[in-house]
Write a protein of this length. Structure first.
Length: 163
């Protein structure tokens, strides 16, 4: 009997990624909570992780629950490269702890990535507060007020007192 060529279960068949399902979200949050507790206890022998504050900001789990991407950020900022290297070395220990703490058929393989969402939010905040953007926004509000005649309504000069 000839064997069929089936695509690997973990590989998406389309180019568009599906939104995370409820189960993936729930398992990701449970893993995030368990990893945060393990990291908080600080039972690492690795010098890059010992006495280092690490925040687990998000865990994204694949639909088949076999892979999990763990987004981290070092407390107090700094370069996350050494923390990521330490977490990669401690992957087996962390998976063992997850197997003990989280009730899953199979503990997902962990992949660590720096969370740059805080840096991106700070960059956007700086852009919004820049004089150039403020000037453009104020210019649009002033132009819109002149074009639509909103000044009469806002200042109460329309004389409509409901009588």
């Amino acid at each position: 009997m000839a064997r069929e060529n089936k695509p690997h279960a973990g590989i998406a068949r389309t180019s568009r990624a599906k939104p995370a399902g409820q189960r993936s979200l729930r398992v990701g949050e449970e893993i995030r909570h368990a990893l945060a507790g393990v990291i908080e206890r600080g039972e690492f022998r690795d010098p890059d992780l010992a006495d280092r504050g690490i925040t687990v900001t998000e865990v994204r789990v694949s639909p088949d629950l076999r892979n999990a991407t763990v987004f981290i950020t070092p407390l107090g900022g700094g370069d996350p490269a050494s923390v990521l290297a330490g977490l990669k070395r401690a992957k087996a220990f962390l998976r063992h702890e997850l197997a003990r703490l989280v009730q899953l058929r199979q503990v997902p393989d962990l992949w660590f990535q720096a969370d740059d969402s805080f840096d991106e939010a700070s960059r956007i905040e700086r852009l919004l507060r820049s004089p150039e953007v403020r000037r453009d926004v104020e210019g649009r509000i002033g132009a819109r007020g002149d074009d639509h005649g909103d000044d009469d309504i806002d200042s109460g000069e329309a004389g409509d007192d409901g009588a």
